[in-house]
Design a protein around this ligand. Structure first.
Ligand code: FAD
Length: 411
Protein backbone atom coordinates (compact mmCIF):
# COMPACT_ATOMS: atom_id res chain seq x y z
CA UNK A 1 0.00 0.00 0.00
CA UNK A 2 1.16 3.55 -0.76
CA UNK A 3 -0.96 5.00 2.05
CA UNK A 4 0.01 5.35 5.66
CA UNK A 5 -1.95 2.51 7.24
CA UNK A 6 -4.37 4.16 9.62
CA UNK A 7 -7.82 3.81 8.17
CA UNK A 8 -8.20 0.35 6.71
CA UNK A 9 -8.11 -2.00 9.73
CA UNK A 10 -11.20 -0.33 11.18
CA UNK A 11 -13.34 -0.56 8.08
CA UNK A 12 -16.19 -2.99 7.84
CA UNK A 13 -16.35 -4.31 4.24
CA UNK A 14 -19.92 -3.10 3.71
CA UNK A 15 -18.90 0.49 4.46
CA UNK A 16 -16.32 0.57 1.70
CA UNK A 17 -18.80 1.18 -1.10
CA UNK A 18 -18.93 4.66 -2.61
CA UNK A 19 -21.94 6.85 -2.95
CA UNK A 20 -22.29 7.94 -6.53
CA UNK A 21 -22.05 11.64 -7.38
CA UNK A 22 -22.90 13.28 -10.70
CA UNK A 23 -22.12 10.76 -13.42
CA UNK A 24 -20.13 12.04 -16.38
CA UNK A 25 -21.79 11.83 -19.81
CA UNK A 26 -18.34 11.81 -21.40
CA UNK A 27 -15.71 10.01 -19.30
CA UNK A 28 -12.37 11.81 -19.59
CA UNK A 29 -8.78 10.72 -19.23
CA UNK A 30 -7.55 13.01 -16.43
CA UNK A 31 -4.03 13.68 -15.21
CA UNK A 32 -4.03 15.00 -11.63
CA UNK A 33 -0.82 16.46 -10.19
CA UNK A 34 -0.41 16.49 -6.39
CA UNK A 35 -1.54 13.95 -3.79
CA UNK A 36 -2.17 16.42 -0.97
CA UNK A 37 -5.55 16.68 0.73
CA UNK A 38 -6.97 18.65 -2.21
CA UNK A 39 -5.60 16.39 -4.93
CA UNK A 40 -6.83 13.16 -3.32
CA UNK A 41 -10.33 14.52 -2.61
CA UNK A 42 -10.53 15.69 -6.24
CA UNK A 43 -9.36 12.31 -7.54
CA UNK A 44 -12.13 10.57 -5.55
CA UNK A 45 -14.83 12.96 -6.80
CA UNK A 46 -13.74 12.62 -10.44
CA UNK A 47 -13.40 8.83 -10.32
CA UNK A 48 -16.87 8.54 -8.79
CA UNK A 49 -18.17 10.55 -11.72
CA UNK A 50 -16.73 7.90 -14.00
CA UNK A 51 -13.53 9.62 -15.19
CA UNK A 52 -10.24 7.78 -15.58
CA UNK A 53 -7.86 9.56 -13.17
CA UNK A 54 -4.12 9.06 -12.64
CA UNK A 55 -2.42 10.95 -9.80
CA UNK A 56 1.22 12.11 -10.11
CA UNK A 57 2.99 12.96 -6.85
CA UNK A 58 6.59 14.13 -6.50
CA UNK A 59 7.28 12.62 -3.07
CA UNK A 60 8.35 8.98 -2.97
CA UNK A 61 6.31 8.37 0.21
CA UNK A 62 2.82 9.71 0.83
CA UNK A 63 1.85 11.58 3.99
CA UNK A 64 1.11 14.93 5.61
CA UNK A 65 3.28 17.06 7.85
CA UNK A 66 2.01 19.07 10.79
CA UNK A 67 -0.39 17.99 13.51
CA UNK A 68 -4.09 18.87 13.67
CA UNK A 69 -6.55 20.16 11.10
CA UNK A 70 -10.17 21.23 11.39
CA UNK A 71 -12.70 19.78 8.97
CA UNK A 72 -15.56 22.27 8.98
CA UNK A 73 -19.11 21.14 8.23
CA UNK A 74 -19.04 22.37 4.62
CA UNK A 75 -16.19 19.93 4.05
CA UNK A 76 -17.51 16.93 6.04
CA UNK A 77 -20.82 17.16 4.20
CA UNK A 78 -19.01 16.68 0.91
CA UNK A 79 -16.61 14.07 2.24
CA UNK A 80 -19.54 11.99 3.50
CA UNK A 81 -21.15 12.19 0.05
CA UNK A 82 -17.89 10.88 -1.37
CA UNK A 83 -18.15 7.89 0.99
CA UNK A 84 -15.39 9.01 3.40
CA UNK A 85 -17.39 8.85 6.64
CA UNK A 86 -16.34 5.33 7.70
CA UNK A 87 -12.71 6.07 6.85
CA UNK A 88 -12.69 9.23 8.98
CA UNK A 89 -14.93 8.27 11.89
CA UNK A 90 -12.43 6.27 13.99
CA UNK A 91 -9.97 9.17 14.02
CA UNK A 92 -12.03 12.30 14.41
CA UNK A 93 -13.01 14.31 17.44
CA UNK A 94 -16.26 16.25 17.30
CA UNK A 95 -15.83 19.41 19.40
CA UNK A 96 -18.96 20.82 20.99
CA UNK A 97 -18.02 24.52 20.65
CA UNK A 98 -15.43 27.15 19.83
CA UNK A 99 -14.69 29.42 22.80
CA UNK A 100 -12.93 32.74 22.28
CA UNK A 101 -10.95 33.67 25.38
CA UNK A 102 -9.21 36.77 26.74
CA UNK A 103 -5.48 36.47 26.22
CA UNK A 104 -4.56 37.43 29.77
CA UNK A 105 -7.21 35.67 31.86
CA UNK A 106 -8.73 32.95 29.68
CA UNK A 107 -12.20 34.34 30.39
CA UNK A 108 -14.69 33.41 27.67
CA UNK A 109 -15.67 36.43 25.56
CA UNK A 110 -17.67 34.60 22.92
CA UNK A 111 -18.77 31.10 22.09
CA UNK A 112 -19.88 29.42 18.87
CA UNK A 113 -21.79 26.21 19.53
CA UNK A 114 -21.01 23.49 17.02
CA UNK A 115 -23.28 20.80 18.52
CA UNK A 116 -26.11 20.82 17.67
CA UNK A 117 -26.06 24.15 15.78
CA UNK A 118 -23.64 23.25 13.00
CA UNK A 119 -24.90 19.70 12.61
CA UNK A 120 -28.49 21.01 12.38
CA UNK A 121 -27.82 24.03 10.17
CA UNK A 122 -25.24 22.55 7.82
CA UNK A 123 -26.35 18.94 7.87
CA UNK A 124 -22.91 17.61 8.78
CA UNK A 125 -20.62 17.55 11.83
CA UNK A 126 -17.58 19.76 12.47
CA UNK A 127 -14.53 17.58 13.04
CA UNK A 128 -10.92 17.94 14.13
CA UNK A 129 -8.36 15.29 13.19
CA UNK A 130 -4.67 14.59 12.86
CA UNK A 131 -3.54 15.53 9.34
CA UNK A 132 -1.88 12.16 8.82
CA UNK A 133 -5.20 10.42 9.61
CA UNK A 134 -7.13 12.71 7.24
CA UNK A 135 -4.62 12.08 4.47
CA UNK A 136 -4.60 8.35 5.14
CA UNK A 137 -8.41 8.19 4.98
CA UNK A 138 -8.44 9.89 1.56
CA UNK A 139 -5.56 7.74 0.38
CA UNK A 140 -7.23 4.48 1.43
CA UNK A 141 -10.37 5.52 -0.41
CA UNK A 142 -8.33 6.34 -3.51
CA UNK A 143 -6.78 2.88 -3.37
CA UNK A 144 -10.10 1.14 -2.72
CA UNK A 145 -11.46 2.83 -5.85
CA UNK A 146 -8.50 1.57 -7.88
CA UNK A 147 -7.19 5.04 -8.72
CA UNK A 148 -3.53 4.89 -9.69
CA UNK A 149 -1.02 7.09 -7.82
CA UNK A 150 2.43 7.44 -9.38
CA UNK A 151 4.92 8.30 -6.63
CA UNK A 152 8.31 9.95 -7.12
CA UNK A 153 6.78 11.55 -10.21
CA UNK A 154 7.81 15.20 -10.23
CA UNK A 155 6.16 17.24 -12.96
CA UNK A 156 8.66 19.67 -14.51
CA UNK A 157 6.52 21.16 -17.25
CA UNK A 158 2.95 21.47 -18.52
CA UNK A 159 1.65 21.87 -22.07
CA UNK A 160 -1.84 23.36 -21.67
CA UNK A 161 -2.71 23.11 -25.39
CA UNK A 162 -1.76 19.43 -25.63
CA UNK A 163 -3.12 18.49 -22.17
CA UNK A 164 0.23 16.98 -21.27
CA UNK A 165 2.81 16.94 -18.49
CA UNK A 166 6.55 16.27 -18.61
CA UNK A 167 8.12 14.49 -15.67
CA UNK A 168 11.63 15.10 -14.33
CA UNK A 169 12.84 11.97 -16.18
CA UNK A 170 11.51 13.35 -19.48
CA UNK A 171 8.47 11.08 -19.76
CA UNK A 172 5.42 12.78 -21.25
CA UNK A 173 1.84 11.87 -20.31
CA UNK A 174 -1.17 13.23 -22.18
CA UNK A 175 -4.81 13.39 -21.11
CA UNK A 176 -8.05 15.14 -22.02
CA UNK A 177 -7.48 17.38 -19.00
CA UNK A 178 -4.64 18.17 -16.58
CA UNK A 179 -5.55 19.26 -13.04
CA UNK A 180 -2.76 20.69 -10.89
CA UNK A 181 -3.36 20.50 -7.13
CA UNK A 182 0.34 21.20 -6.62
CA UNK A 183 0.15 23.50 -3.62
CA UNK A 184 1.29 27.02 -2.84
CA UNK A 185 4.51 26.75 -4.89
CA UNK A 186 2.55 25.58 -7.96
CA UNK A 187 4.50 25.32 -11.22
CA UNK A 188 1.22 25.05 -13.14
CA UNK A 189 0.00 28.39 -11.78
CA UNK A 190 3.00 30.22 -13.29
CA UNK A 191 2.26 28.66 -16.68
CA UNK A 192 -1.42 29.64 -16.48
CA UNK A 193 -0.50 33.19 -15.47
CA UNK A 194 1.92 33.45 -18.40
CA UNK A 195 5.25 33.21 -16.60
CA UNK A 196 4.24 35.66 -13.87
CA UNK A 197 3.50 34.24 -10.45
CA UNK A 198 0.72 35.40 -8.15
CA UNK A 199 1.37 38.23 -5.76
CA UNK A 200 1.73 36.72 -2.33
CA UNK A 201 0.39 38.79 0.49
CA UNK A 202 2.67 38.31 3.45
CA UNK A 203 0.61 39.55 6.37
CA UNK A 204 3.65 39.13 8.62
CA UNK A 205 2.52 36.15 10.70
CA UNK A 206 4.04 32.80 11.53
CA UNK A 207 2.62 29.87 13.51
CA UNK A 208 4.15 27.38 15.87
CA UNK A 209 2.42 24.00 15.53
CA UNK A 210 2.78 21.55 18.39
CA UNK A 211 1.12 18.70 20.26
CA UNK A 212 1.05 17.91 23.96
CA UNK A 213 0.75 14.45 25.45
CA UNK A 214 -2.73 14.30 27.05
CA UNK A 215 -1.47 12.02 29.84
CA UNK A 216 0.82 14.83 31.03
CA UNK A 217 -2.16 17.20 30.97
CA UNK A 218 -4.36 14.77 32.92
CA UNK A 219 -1.86 14.75 35.79
CA UNK A 220 -2.14 18.50 36.25
CA UNK A 221 -5.50 19.81 37.61
CA UNK A 222 -4.72 23.33 36.40
CA UNK A 223 -4.92 22.18 32.76
CA UNK A 224 -6.75 18.83 32.90
CA UNK A 225 -10.20 20.54 32.80
CA UNK A 226 -9.60 21.43 29.17
CA UNK A 227 -9.79 17.73 28.24
CA UNK A 228 -13.14 17.13 29.95
CA UNK A 229 -15.23 18.11 26.92
CA UNK A 230 -13.93 18.09 23.35
CA UNK A 231 -13.90 21.77 22.36
CA UNK A 232 -11.89 24.31 20.42
CA UNK A 233 -10.44 27.08 22.58
CA UNK A 234 -8.87 30.17 21.14
CA UNK A 235 -7.06 32.79 23.21
CA UNK A 236 -6.96 36.12 21.35
CA UNK A 237 -4.76 39.13 22.09
CA UNK A 238 -2.56 41.83 20.60
CA UNK A 239 -1.30 40.52 17.20
CA UNK A 240 -1.39 36.94 18.48
CA UNK A 241 -3.72 34.04 19.11
CA UNK A 242 -3.53 30.40 20.19
CA UNK A 243 -5.95 27.75 18.91
CA UNK A 244 -6.20 24.44 20.80
CA UNK A 245 -8.14 21.19 20.43
CA UNK A 246 -7.70 17.45 20.94
CA UNK A 247 -6.90 15.17 18.01
CA UNK A 248 -6.28 11.46 17.50
CA UNK A 249 -9.79 10.82 18.91
CA UNK A 250 -8.65 12.49 22.17
CA UNK A 251 -5.13 11.03 22.36
CA UNK A 252 -3.16 14.24 21.66
CA UNK A 253 -3.67 17.93 22.32
CA UNK A 254 -3.05 20.20 19.35
CA UNK A 255 -1.85 23.81 19.55
CA UNK A 256 -1.40 26.42 16.82
CA UNK A 257 0.27 29.58 18.10
CA UNK A 258 0.08 32.47 15.67
CA UNK A 259 2.31 35.50 16.20
CA UNK A 260 3.86 38.36 14.23
CA UNK A 261 6.94 37.36 12.23
CA UNK A 262 7.50 38.49 8.67
CA UNK A 263 11.21 37.62 8.61
CA UNK A 264 12.80 35.23 6.13
CA UNK A 265 12.09 31.62 7.26
CA UNK A 266 15.59 30.57 6.15
CA UNK A 267 16.96 32.67 9.02
CA UNK A 268 14.85 30.87 11.67
CA UNK A 269 16.67 28.64 14.14
CA UNK A 270 14.60 25.45 14.69
CA UNK A 271 16.65 24.62 17.79
CA UNK A 272 15.35 27.77 19.49
CA UNK A 273 11.70 27.33 18.44
CA UNK A 274 10.39 26.00 21.79
CA UNK A 275 12.17 28.74 23.73
CA UNK A 276 11.03 31.48 21.29
CA UNK A 277 7.45 30.24 21.51
CA UNK A 278 7.48 30.50 25.31
CA UNK A 279 8.84 34.05 25.11
CA UNK A 280 6.17 35.13 22.58
CA UNK A 281 3.35 34.17 24.95
CA UNK A 282 5.11 34.76 28.29
CA UNK A 283 2.52 37.02 29.93
CA UNK A 284 -0.59 35.24 28.70
CA UNK A 285 -3.21 33.32 30.73
CA UNK A 286 -1.34 31.06 33.23
CA UNK A 287 -3.37 28.05 32.01
CA UNK A 288 -2.11 28.68 28.49
CA UNK A 289 1.51 29.25 29.50
CA UNK A 290 1.34 26.01 31.47
CA UNK A 291 0.13 24.20 28.35
CA UNK A 292 2.89 25.82 26.32
CA UNK A 293 5.35 24.66 28.99
CA UNK A 294 4.36 21.05 28.23
CA UNK A 295 5.41 21.34 24.58
CA UNK A 296 8.65 19.45 23.94
CA UNK A 297 9.12 20.20 20.27
CA UNK A 298 7.57 22.51 17.72
CA UNK A 299 7.87 23.64 14.13
CA UNK A 300 7.43 27.22 12.97
CA UNK A 301 5.57 27.88 9.70
CA UNK A 302 5.33 31.12 7.71
CA UNK A 303 1.70 32.11 7.10
CA UNK A 304 1.04 33.39 3.60
CA UNK A 305 -2.02 34.48 1.69
CA UNK A 306 -2.16 34.36 -2.08
CA UNK A 307 -3.80 37.22 -3.93
CA UNK A 308 -7.22 36.55 -5.47
CA UNK A 309 -6.39 35.44 -9.03
CA UNK A 310 -8.37 36.15 -12.17
CA UNK A 311 -7.27 33.01 -14.01
CA UNK A 312 -7.22 29.35 -12.94
CA UNK A 313 -7.47 27.81 -16.40
CA UNK A 314 -5.40 27.71 -19.58
CA UNK A 315 -6.81 25.48 -22.33
CA UNK A 316 -6.66 21.92 -20.90
CA UNK A 317 -4.89 22.88 -17.67
CA UNK A 318 -6.65 23.94 -14.46
CA UNK A 319 -5.38 24.62 -10.91
CA UNK A 320 -7.22 24.14 -7.63
CA UNK A 321 -6.57 24.05 -3.87
CA UNK A 322 -3.67 26.06 -2.43
CA UNK A 323 -2.22 26.38 -5.94
CA UNK A 324 -5.18 28.60 -6.82
CA UNK A 325 -6.16 30.21 -3.52
CA UNK A 326 -3.62 29.99 -0.69
CA UNK A 327 -5.06 31.63 2.41
CA UNK A 328 -4.25 32.36 6.03
CA UNK A 329 -5.51 29.52 8.25
CA UNK A 330 -7.75 31.93 10.20
CA UNK A 331 -11.03 30.52 8.82
CA UNK A 332 -9.77 26.89 8.93
CA UNK A 333 -10.95 26.61 5.35
CA UNK A 334 -7.86 26.05 3.14
CA UNK A 335 -8.26 22.30 2.72
CA UNK A 336 -12.06 22.63 2.94
CA UNK A 337 -11.98 24.91 -0.13
CA UNK A 338 -9.82 22.37 -1.96
CA UNK A 339 -12.37 19.62 -1.19
CA UNK A 340 -15.17 21.88 -2.46
CA UNK A 341 -13.11 22.63 -5.60
CA UNK A 342 -12.78 18.93 -6.36
CA UNK A 343 -16.49 18.20 -6.15
CA UNK A 344 -17.40 21.40 -8.02
CA UNK A 345 -15.05 20.46 -10.85
CA UNK A 346 -16.48 16.93 -11.04
CA UNK A 347 -19.97 18.37 -11.14
CA UNK A 348 -19.14 20.89 -13.85
CA UNK A 349 -17.43 18.23 -15.98
CA UNK A 350 -20.41 15.90 -15.58
CA UNK A 351 -22.46 18.31 -17.73
CA UNK A 352 -20.09 18.00 -20.71
CA UNK A 353 -21.83 16.34 -23.71
CA UNK A 354 -18.71 16.28 -25.87
CA UNK A 355 -15.02 17.09 -25.44
CA UNK A 356 -15.61 20.33 -27.37
CA UNK A 357 -17.53 21.59 -24.32
CA UNK A 358 -14.58 21.16 -21.98
CA UNK A 359 -13.54 24.83 -22.16
CA UNK A 360 -17.03 25.99 -21.23
CA UNK A 361 -17.20 23.60 -18.32
CA UNK A 362 -13.81 24.74 -16.99
CA UNK A 363 -14.79 28.36 -17.31
CA UNK A 364 -17.96 27.78 -15.25
CA UNK A 365 -15.92 25.98 -12.60
CA UNK A 366 -13.38 28.82 -12.56
CA UNK A 367 -16.01 31.52 -12.22
CA UNK A 368 -17.97 29.86 -9.43
CA UNK A 369 -15.03 28.67 -7.37
CA UNK A 370 -12.88 31.78 -7.80
CA UNK A 371 -15.58 33.85 -6.17
CA UNK A 372 -16.21 31.44 -3.28
CA UNK A 373 -12.51 30.81 -2.50
CA UNK A 374 -11.71 34.52 -2.95
CA UNK A 375 -14.29 35.38 -0.29
CA UNK A 376 -12.67 32.84 2.04
CA UNK A 377 -9.20 34.35 1.38
CA UNK A 378 -10.56 37.77 2.30
CA UNK A 379 -12.43 36.48 5.37
CA UNK A 380 -9.24 34.79 6.59
CA UNK A 381 -7.34 38.06 6.23
CA UNK A 382 -10.14 39.91 8.02
CA UNK A 383 -9.80 37.59 11.02
CA UNK A 384 -6.10 38.51 11.19
CA UNK A 385 -7.35 41.98 12.17
CA UNK A 386 -10.49 41.13 14.18
CA UNK A 387 -8.79 38.59 16.43
CA UNK A 388 -5.67 40.64 17.00
CA UNK A 389 -6.75 44.02 18.41
CA UNK A 390 -4.53 45.37 21.18
CA UNK A 391 -6.47 46.08 24.40
CA UNK A 392 -8.41 49.31 23.93
CA UNK A 393 -11.59 50.67 22.32
CA UNK A 394 -11.58 48.37 19.24
CA UNK A 395 -11.04 45.27 21.37
CA UNK A 396 -13.75 46.39 23.82
CA UNK A 397 -16.22 47.01 20.99
CA UNK A 398 -15.44 43.60 19.46
CA UNK A 399 -15.85 41.78 22.78
CA UNK A 400 -19.12 43.61 23.48
CA UNK A 401 -20.47 42.44 20.11
CA UNK A 402 -19.72 38.78 20.81
CA UNK A 403 -22.48 36.41 21.90
CA UNK A 404 -23.96 38.09 25.01
CA UNK A 405 -25.09 35.10 27.05
CA UNK A 406 -21.58 33.79 27.50
CA UNK A 407 -19.78 37.15 27.54
CA UNK A 408 -17.46 37.61 30.47
CA UNK A 409 -18.09 34.21 32.04
CA UNK A 410 -14.82 32.93 33.43
CA UNK A 411 -14.32 29.22 32.88
P1 FAD B 1 -0.72 20.67 -0.65
O1 FAD B 1 -1.14 20.04 0.61
O2 FAD B 1 0.41 21.63 -0.61
O3 FAD B 1 -0.39 19.51 -1.68
C1 FAD B 1 0.31 19.70 -2.87
C2 FAD B 1 0.89 18.36 -3.31
O4 FAD B 1 1.43 18.50 -4.62
C3 FAD B 1 2.03 17.89 -2.41
O5 FAD B 1 1.84 16.54 -2.08
C4 FAD B 1 3.26 18.11 -3.26
O6 FAD B 1 4.32 17.21 -2.95
C5 FAD B 1 2.70 17.89 -4.66
N1 FAD B 1 3.47 18.58 -5.71
C6 FAD B 1 3.84 19.88 -5.72
N2 FAD B 1 4.51 20.17 -6.85
C7 FAD B 1 4.57 19.02 -7.57
C8 FAD B 1 5.14 18.68 -8.82
N3 FAD B 1 5.79 19.59 -9.57
N4 FAD B 1 5.02 17.42 -9.26
C9 FAD B 1 4.34 16.48 -8.53
N5 FAD B 1 3.79 16.74 -7.32
C10 FAD B 1 3.90 18.00 -6.86
N6 FAD B 1 -7.19 24.02 6.21
C11 FAD B 1 -8.38 23.59 6.70
O7 FAD B 1 -9.29 23.25 5.91
N7 FAD B 1 -8.61 23.50 8.05
C12 FAD B 1 -7.65 23.86 8.97
O8 FAD B 1 -7.87 23.75 10.19
C13 FAD B 1 -6.39 24.32 8.49
N8 FAD B 1 -5.43 24.68 9.36
C14 FAD B 1 -4.22 25.11 8.89
C15 FAD B 1 -3.23 25.48 9.82
C16 FAD B 1 -1.99 25.93 9.37
C17 FAD B 1 -0.96 26.37 10.37
C18 FAD B 1 -1.73 25.97 7.97
C19 FAD B 1 -0.39 26.42 7.45
C20 FAD B 1 -2.71 25.60 7.03
C21 FAD B 1 -3.97 25.18 7.49
N9 FAD B 1 -4.98 24.79 6.60
C22 FAD B 1 -6.19 24.38 7.07
C23 FAD B 1 -4.78 24.87 5.14
C24 FAD B 1 -4.50 23.50 4.52
O9 FAD B 1 -3.43 22.87 5.20
C25 FAD B 1 -4.16 23.66 3.04
O10 FAD B 1 -5.07 24.53 2.43
C26 FAD B 1 -4.22 22.31 2.31
O11 FAD B 1 -3.37 21.38 2.92
C27 FAD B 1 -3.85 22.51 0.83
O12 FAD B 1 -3.96 21.28 0.16
P2 FAD B 1 -3.51 21.15 -1.36
O13 FAD B 1 -3.76 19.71 -1.70
O14 FAD B 1 -4.12 22.21 -2.20
O15 FAD B 1 -1.94 21.46 -1.37
Amino acid sequence: SNCLEFARPFLAPETQTSESVHKAKVPLKIILVGAGLGGLATAIALAQSGHNVTVFEQTPVLGEVGAGIQIPSNSTRILFKLGLEPYLRPYVTEPESISFRRWQTGNVIGKTKLIPEFTDNFDAPYYVIHRAHFHSALCQKVQDMGIEIKLGARVEDYNPAAGSITLADGTIYTGDLVIAADGIKSVARKIILGGEDMAFRKPGFAAYRATVDVERMRNDPEVSWILEKPALNIWIGDSRHVMTYTIGAGKAFNMVLSHPDGTDPTTWNPLKAVEDMKTEFANWDPVLTKLIGLVEKTLKWPLISGSVLDKWVSEKLVILGDAAHAMLPYMSQGAAMAVEDGVALARSLSKVDSKEQLAKSLSIFEKVRMQRAGQMQEASLLNSHLWHFADGPMQEARDAAMIPEVKGIPF
